[in-house]
Design a binder for this molecule. Structure first.
Ligand code: PEP
Length: 249
């Protein structure tokens, strides 16, 4: 019912040459037809992505956006600019944005609304820190982050969200949540979203992110409430990312 979505997050990594390499490799790669694939790229690479990834099964997107359409916001990029470059997705509220760029709940909600306004699919990242997990607060923290977004938009808009559960302690650390740990929180997110609508919860894509790689992807993606992956480090290598996409089919 929920076909998998595998999304790469290059963060501030990669090169124009690497975008071209992905374009060439995925043009005739053997990827399962029911798996959606996307790369969240640094802004300057979007123009090349629009050419090099067209004709591949891969979509592309940004890693953040500003909440206003235009104006005196030096250094920022709007959703309509992403759309001009063919972006279909945008990451919002990645833990690095929350921690390093001070994106709080209000900022996350404003960005989600801005993305929806221009037709982008927001991939909203939620997740607990190690201290929060050790204090037994994982569910509280994650479900609150989910509620901030779901309670701030209307029913039709809720249908267009993707959630990425990314335990902060697993991002870029090589420590992956075990399939059971990840499944438990994914199931809690889905059960919690039922309060908005049972059908919404059943159709909601909840991706797992945090040191996912080819070697552990199949086991994580086999969990009933894990509907795909958000992949950082391992999305920078064509063969590794392709293997993850293949294990989702
Ligand atoms: C991420 O940045 O969203 C991420 C999951 O990174 P990594 O796969 O490198 O842990």
């Amino acid at each position: 019912m929920r076909s998998p979505l595998i999304a790469g997050n290059w963060k501030m990594n990669g090169s124009l040459a690497l975008v071209e390499q992905f374009g060439e490799a995925f043009a005739d790669a053997n990827v399962p037809p029911d798996v959606s694939i996307a790369l969240m790229l640094p802004f300057p690479y979007l123009a090349v992505a629009q050419r090099a990834l067209s004709g591949t099964p891969m979509a592309w997107g940004g890693q953040t956006l500003h909440d206003q359409r235009s104006g005196a916001f030096t250094g920022e990029v709007s959703g309509s600019m992403l759309v001009e470059f063919g972006a279909r997705y945008v990451l919002i509220g990645h833990s690095e944005r929350r921690a390093m760029f001070h994106e709080d709940d209000a900022a996350v909600l404003a960005r989600v609304s801005a993305a929806l306004d221009v037709g982008l699919t927001p991939v909203v990242c939620v997740g607990e820190t190690l201290a929060e997990r050790e204090a037994g607060r994982t569910e509280d923290v994650v479900l609150k982050q989910v509620d901030v977004v779901f309670s701030g938009i209307d029913a039709e808009a809720r249908e267009r969200l993707v959630i990425a559960y990314e335990p902060v302690w697993a991002i870029g650390t090589g420590k992956t949540a075990s399939p059971d740990q990840a499944q438990a929180i994914h199931a809690s997110i889905r059960a919690h979203v039922e309060q908005y609508s049972v059908a919404l919860a059943a159709g909601l894509h909840v991706l797992y992110g945090g040191s996912m790689k080819a070697a552990n992807a199949a086991e994580l993606l086999a969990q009933p409430d894990i509907d795909g992956g958000l992949i950082g480090g391992a999305s920078l290598q064509v063969d590794e990312f392709l293997a993850i996409c293949q294990s989702a089919g």
